[in-house]
Ligand binder design. Structure first.
Ligand code: ZN
Length: 453
């Protein structure tokens, strides 16, 4: 990041010079005509460690090839990421996310954002991501227990051949309920709308284009566009939404590019640098299959990391006669965990099922991609009424809740993520026992022995 900070200082000097010239020479210069400058923005979100090309996930090398192609064609190209770059693949989990940022460096990102999954290894690990990444990682509203910013910076200004672009990074306030409490105690997430409003007021007159990098989710992004004026573009993430074409709310464009590198967002804007506004806008989501051939340098690095995990994960454990949906996988996990822990029943949060099972050969990698978080199997001795509270959104739909008596105490098999949240919510009223074995290992072993039926 040292290079970027220096260039930011240079920008400040340039700005002072510009103000000087405007103040003292302005009256002598001829009337300026509007400067219409073209800008190309390539964006990703919720990449979740999918550096390798598999299924309909493009992989880092093909996305990088698109960015290089655009940079050859256009003078102004910026490459942005809207958070949750890590957690989703064996290579990310085994090396705690670092290889993903190393590969992103070769892809030449300009600006990134902290998503909730960047907290998966505890917030202190984010310092390593910041040290590894060549691009700044933003988040204006995430504070550590001392009240300091967890990200590199809240906002960032990038100047590219005559266009000054301001970035504000923002992350969902629901982050504490979505991340492991381990290593994440005492964090504060400020109200995104309030923080963005303040930053827009500070930056707007200083930039030609104002971009919010958001890890709030698509609906929340639309609300933000509605509530705060002065934002030209919101590049979103978190909800894994396929937004094509972008939504326009007042004068703000709102977009998002699905997840896992299945799509890459490509925007072309004309920026009027006199009026600080967007005069033309076109957009495309490019599916993985339509991307150029892999960039060999990036592919080399991806293979270097993948070779270190493939012996462990790329062996067939069974064959599947059909594709299994997320809810079928959730039920299968619950059955296996309950059986292994000899519990009354199993509960597995639907948000913890991160991928599907295809028809054909099933490898351990498939299970790693479904459960990339290295959660362990735990049992909870919990009162029926507390269990119902724990389920929150799934309370209506989960099959286990039909026969629950609120007064009875149950032994529930689940993962350590849910276990930690139960302890946080109910304290000593719930008794957690960590069985010290990983959920994915339990499931892999079960499938090896019993198949999927
Ligand atoms: Zn997220």
């Amino acid at each position: 990041m040292a290079r970027r900070r220096l260039s930011l200082l240079n920008h400040l000097h340039a700005l002072r010079l510009a103000i000087f010239c405007t103040l003292f020479l302005g009256s002598f210069s001829p009337a300026t005509t509007a400067d219409q400058l073209e800008l190309v923005i390539v964006h990703t979100n919720d990449f979740h460690g999918h550096i390798k090309e598999e299924k309909n996930y493009a992989g880092a090398a093909r996305i990088s090839a698109l960015v290089s192609q655009q940079r050859k064609r256009h003078p102004r190209v910026i490459f942005l990421d809207a958070g949750d770059a890590i957690s989703g693949t064996p290579v990310s989990t085994m090396f705690k996310g670092l290889p993903i940022f190393e590969v992103m460096n070769l892809m030449n990102y300009d600006v990134g954002l902290l998503g909730n999954h960047e907290f998966d290894h505890g917030y202190k690990e984010i310092l390593k991501f910041r040290e590894t990444a060549n691009h700044p990682l933003l988040a204006s509203n995430a504070l550590d227990p001392e009240g300091n910013l967890i990200a590199d910076m809240a906002t960032y200004i990038l100047e590219i051949k005559g266009i000054r672009i301001g970035f504000i990074g923002v992350i969902t306030q629901k982050t504490p309920s979505m991340i492991t409490p381990l290593g994440n105690a005492g964090l504060t997430f400020l109200d995104p709308e309030t923080v963005v409003k303040e930053e827009v007021m500070k930056m707007r007159s200083d930039v030609d284009l104002l971009v919010v990098l958001s890890h709030l989710g698509h609906e929340e992004d639309k609300d933000l566009a509605d509530a705060v004026s002065g934002i030209d573009l919101i590049i979103g993430g978190h909800s894994h939404t396929y937004v094509n074409p972008p939504v326009k709310i007042d004068s703000t464009y709102v977009t998002q590019a699905h997840r896992y590198g299945t799509q890459v967002g490509l925007l072309k804007l004309t920026v009027d640098t006199d009026k600080n506004s967007v005069t033309q806008f076109s957009s495309r989501l490019i599916p993985a299959a339509s991307l150029p051939l892999p960039d060999p340098v990036v592919l080399d690095r991806v293979n270097f990391f993948e070779e270190q995990v493939e012996d462990l994960v790329d062996m067939e454990i069974t064959r599947s006669s059909r594709k299994m949906s997320a809810s079928e996988i959730q039920a299968m996990f619950e059955k296996v965990l309950s059986h292994t822990a000899k519990a009354d029943f199993g509960y597995y949060n639907s948000g913890g099922i991160r991928d599907s099972i295809p028809a054909g050969s099933i490898t351990a990698r498939h299970i790693w991609n479904i459960e990339p978080f290295a959660n362990s199997l735990v049992t909870l001795k919990i009162k029926g009424s507390d269990y119902l509270k724990l389920l929150k959104r799934e309370r209506e739909s989960h099959p286990s809740t039909k026969s629950i008596s609120t007064e009875k105490t149950y032994l529930v098999a689940t993962n350590s993520f849910i276990g930690a949240h139960a302890v946080k919510a109910f304290g000593t009223a719930v008794h957690m026992n960590d069985l010290g074995i990983l959920v994915r290992d339990v499931v892999i072993e079960h499938i090896k022995n019993n198949g999927l039926e």
